[in-house]
Design a protein around this ligand. Structure first.
Ligand code: SF4
Length: 185
């Protein structure tokens, strides 16, 4: 019997490799890289390159979507000062999940999810609520999980070390980069 086709949105591949390990026994996996929030462009390219490296190692297809950073800025306009986990982040989750759900629906995937819930800085409840809503809208099942549970974040860091993967120090957007620099001062 054929395994269900699974579209996995990856925000960075350290988290992606861990979730792939969890799911690849039950599904036919494809990675989906849609992260126009990541700044600067060089950082985006670095995370994408790492994703391509892991996709090749696992023998899995990686789909790269466009880097429509201007659209991301338009959507979060007037929320630049919001704290992490606030409205700016919810807009950012929705933008990325909506594109993933749409792609899954148009390309015959049975199920989709995102690695976003691994980070202790992300609001898993909000991410899963948005995913479930978009799954209904596009007619594709959404796998609602909090991947940081059962030591998920710790295991992700260990696996990244084992596979010698790049791990970024901030979420992605310029505002999260500024916050990270401020914490370091
Ligand atoms: S902190 Fe992360 S989730 Fe929030 S808006 Fe920035 S990139 Fe998106």
């Amino acid at each position: 019997m054929l395994s269900p086709k699974f579209l996995l949105h990856v925000c960075c591949i350290g988290c992606g490799a861990y979730v792939l390990e969890l799911l690849k026994g039950d599904y036919e996996m494809t990675l989906y890289f849609y992260n126009p929030n990541i700044e600067p462009r060089a950082e985006y390219d670095k995370r994408l390159q790492e994703a391509a490296k892991v996709a090749a190692q696992f023998g899995i297809e990686l789909i790269e979507e466009e880097y429509d950073n201007e659209r991301w800025h338009k959507l979060v306009r007037s929320h630049e000062q919001d704290p992490e986990r606030g409205e700016r982040c919810r807009i950012c989750y929705r933008m990325r999940l909506e594109k993933t759900a749409q792609y899954a629906s148009e390309h015959g995937f049975n199920i989709f999810t995102t690695t976003l819930t691994i980070s202790p800085h992300k609001d898993a409840e909000a991410i899963n609520a948005i995913g479930l809503e978009l799954g209904k809208k596009y007619g594709v099942e959404f796998l609602a999980r909090d991947f940081k549970k059962q030591d998920g974040f710790k295991k992700t860091c260990e696996l990244s070390r084992d596979l010698n993967l790049y791990r970024q120090e901030y979420c992605g957007c310029g505002d999260s980069l500024k916050n990270m620099m401020a914490r370091k001062k």
